[in-house]
Design a protein around this ligand. Structure first.
Ligand code: ATP
Ligand code: MG
Length: 335
């Protein structure tokens, strides 16, 4: 029987991460005091509307924030190594090997002038001492595993010769090549129709189980969350507003923003999620108070006083809504 302590061990821990961009127009507070944990073999779904800070959070984890962006506070632990203090060389070694990411726009991450096969072989050989023949064998196997027909042909192709769905699968296969412990997948299936999306995600889930890999699944689609996630973190205007095991979140959403997101489920597969009237606040200068108050159907006077932090309303279920916390919540410390 599996040891419960082993199962519960976190593979990735993000603690109090704040990432800001110091632009000419002011400071964009893209991620504020973001914390979550992903256990070994589990999936955390990070969900929220466009511009809420999902990709910035992911890029922060990979050490890909460039000026004028800066990680202002936080700790990112991958198997107890704080990535924010790791040397560049160590980080480069971990990236790909232990921690991989499929970017939001996979087409632009594939090199258009190199055949797919060569890109895959190079990825393997950069990280592992492997003969070219063995690297090629592994690449073919991985393409087959992710459900691509005729892997030999794919290996000989350039990205522009493949459909978007095929490119998405190729990107996933490339990310899986080195069997990373943690894989971050940033809306890779957004451009696909629902059937193809569901298929790819099912294949990813099967491979995840085989590899006991942890997954950070970024999406704005609650349908994807339902299919993939064990735990969900809902993000709004740079902050996590609710965090819970997936069933608790769907059965008992404890933030008005989550309830609004869930109302979009009947339109599963639709790409642009716009369940709520109005726009999120500008990240340049977040007004005091709850960031959701302008759009919240349940807003009341106390919501204007300060920005609430996450409070635990039942074991493992956190909400940053004063109503869900009986009006008792401390403010966010980093604001
Ligand atoms: N290089 C940058 N300079 C200034 N602002 C940036 C930069 N990169 C991101 N931002 C800002 O950070 C905020 C969060 O962006 P992010 O890309 O994380 O959103 P997202 O949740 O991934 O949205 P989407 O669902 O559209 O991908 C946005 O307001 C964006 O404009
Ligand atoms: Mg994004």
């Amino acid at each position: 029987m599996a040891d419960s302590k082993t199962i519960a061990k976190p593979a990735l821990e993000v603690n109090n991460l704040s990432t800001w961009f110091y632009t000419d127009k002011g400071i964009v507070r893209a991620a504020n005091d973001v914390s979550f944990t992903i256990k070994k073999g589990e999936t955390l779904g990070l969900v929220g509307e466009s511009g809420c800070g999902k990709s910035v959070t992911a890029r922060s984890i990979l050490g890909l924030i460039e000026p004028p962006g800066e990680i202002v506070t936080g700790e990112i632990l991958l198997d107890n190594t704080n990535l924010l203090q790791a040397e560049t060389k160590k980080l480069e070694k971990l990236r790909g090997r232990e921690l991989a990411m499929v970017f939001q726009d996979p087409l632009s991450s594939l090199n258009p002038v190199l055949r797919i096969g060569l890109q895959m072989i190079e990825t393997i050989q950069t990280h592992k001492k492997t003969s070219r023949r063995e690297a090629e064998r592994q690449a073919l196997l991985q393409l087959d595993q992710i459900g691509l027909p005729d892997p030999e042909r794919i290996m000989r192709s350039y990205s522009f010769e493949l459909s978007v769905g095929m490119c998405q699968r190729v990107m996933l296969a490339m990310a899986l090549l080195l069997e990373p412990k943690v894989l971050i997948v940033d809306e890779p299936t957004t451009a696909l129709d629902t059937t193809v999306q569901t298929q790819i995600l099912a294949e990813l889930k099967r491979l995840q189980r085989e590899m006991n890999m942890s997954l950070l699944m970024i999406t704005h689609d609650m349908g994807v969350i339902a299919q993939m996630a064990d735990t969900v973190a809902v993000m709004y205007a740079g902050s996590i507003t609710e965090k819970a095991p997936v069933k608790k979140l769907f059965d008992n959403p404890a933030h008005p923003y989550t309830r609004a997101l869930l109302s979009s489920i009947p339109r599963l597969g639709q790409n642009n999620l716009s369940p709520i009237e109005g726009q999120p606040p500008s990240l340049f200068n977040l007004p005091p108070g709850c960031p959701f108050l302008k759009r919240c159907p349940e807003v009341f006077s106390k919501c204007f006083d300060y920005m609430p932090s996450l409070g635990e309303i039942s074991p493992g279920h956190f909400s940053a809504c004063l109503l869900a916390n009986n009006f008792e919540l401390p403010g966010v410390s980093s604001q």
